[in-house]
Design a binder for this molecule. Structure first.
Ligand SMILES: Cc1cc2nc3c(=O)[nH]c(=O)nc-3n(C[C@H](O)[C@H](O)[C@H](O)COP(=O)(O)OP(=O)(O)OC[C@H]3O[C@@H](n4cnc5c(N)ncnc54)[C@H](O)[C@@H]3O)c2cc1C
Length: 332
């Protein structure tokens, strides 16, 4: 395994800029590379993205591989995987980190299979073991009820990282680095799927994944009307509304609001969990929140075991009173 060297991150691009997760990965990758005494490189794949290479350097990369081709305009599994496989085989990094995003979730296991290695998904902490120099990959297990740390004996060691779990570096425009252009050379016959249409989810206000405050409702909210009260509170707190699975399944709220194992993962500063029981499937999407406040009429509800603060009572009395108080404090 001696020929493998350095740390590589996969840099996602969103709306012509480096995505927030890319900047976090650069911060985390920089730390790992420094601990190994090796280089950090970033890979950018897409169309018209070459100008972003300097930005990746400003946020910590020593080297940026750019695969820029019109065919790569939209994310598509086959083409992006071929491009990434080519870069990884050429650069041979010891470590490859991607975001735990829809792209990272799609690419990481496929790359691991093709490169005959393994991928740890949804890591919340990465570090270098001082003895073995292997990457220690910590991720939630048992639906978020415990954490386990893994190492991988094959290279590259691949991990995806949960958004907002790593610290990014300050942008430093004076940082110097190298940009390497890689030809995509895509074999069109290997591209089996075509992007027919892209539908962008319209979000009013703050995006759930980016919100510093999330007010989440569960089955106990009872109907779509009830969620309007949570929306009002979220709006005053400049936050977003989330939900457990039942309100989404019942069409009280859009599917995109679901938090959990099969929904979104959020790590806000404040998570207000209203009339939800705290199932492991739900908690795996919000257990990384800095503060969890639970409101539930059942004192035995599991959510109270997970919450930092709890209020036992009927949300229909608590939420209007709380909203009125926040409004009053904001006005004053
Ligand atoms: C494979 C799989 C994946 C899943 N993925 C997800 C996921 O991603 N996200 C998710 O959320 N779930 C997911 N689930 C479903 C999960 O198992 C639970 O069923 C779900 O989270 C329960 O939602 P809840 O807490 O809203 O409902 P319940 O468990 O029914 O809890 C409702 C709570 O509301 C309280 N309550 C009722 N009325 C009031 C009131 N007036 N005031 C205050 N409190 C009140 C009750 O005391 C109760 O604790 C998944 C399940 C499976 C099998």
């Amino acid at each position: 395994m001696a020929e493998y060297k350095g740390v590589m991150i996969y840099g996602e691009v969103a709306e012509g800029k480096l995505a927030a997760i890319t900047i976090e990965l650069l911060g985390c990758g920089r730390k790992l590379a420094d601990d190994l005494g090796q280089e950090l490189c970033a890979v950018l794949v897409g169309s018209n993205i070459s100008s972003l290479a300097q930005e990746a350097i400003a946020f910590g990369a020593d080297k940026v591989y750019v695969v820029d081709a019109p065919l790569l305009k939209d994310y598509q599994t086959d083409s992006y995987m071929l491009a990434m496989e080519k870069v990884v085989r050429q650069a041979m990094p010891q470590i490859l980190i991607l975001g735990q995003t829809s792209m990272g979730r799609d690419l990481a296991p496929r790359l691991a299979f093709r490169l005959e290695t393994a991928a740890s998904m949804d890591c919340i902490e990465l570090a270098i073991d001082p003895g073995s120099k292997l990457m220690l990959q910590t991720r939630p297990v048992y639906g978020g009820n415990a954490q386990a740390t893994f190492t991988c004996g094959t290279y590259p060691q691949i991990a995806t990282v949960r958004a907002k779990s790593m610290s990014s570096l300050e942008r430093d425009a004076s940082r110097q680095g190298k940009v390497i252009t890689i030809e995509a050379d895509l074999n069109l016959s290997a591209i089996k799927a075509k992007v027919l249409e892209k539908v962008t989810e319209k979000v009013e206000g703050v995006k759930l994944e980016d919100a510093a405050v999330v007010v989440s409702g569960g089955r106990g909210i009872g109907n779509a009307e009830g969620f309007k009260q949570l929306e009002e509170l979220a709006k005053i707190l400049k936050g977003a509304v989330g939900a457990t699975r039942p309100p989404c399944d019942n069409d009280w709220v859009p599917d995109g609001w679901q938090v959990g194992l099969t929904g979104k993962i959020v790590t806000p500063d404040l998570y207000i969990a209203v009339a939800l029981s705290g199932s492991s499937q739900h908690m795996s999407g919000c257990s990384g929140s800095k503060n969890i406040v639970a409101i539930n009429k059942d004192p035995e509800a599991n959510i109270f075991k997970q919450a930092h603060f709890g209020i036992v009572g009927d949300w229909k009395k608590i939420i209007p009173a709380f909203t009125a108080k926040v409004k009053e404090l904001r006005a004053g």
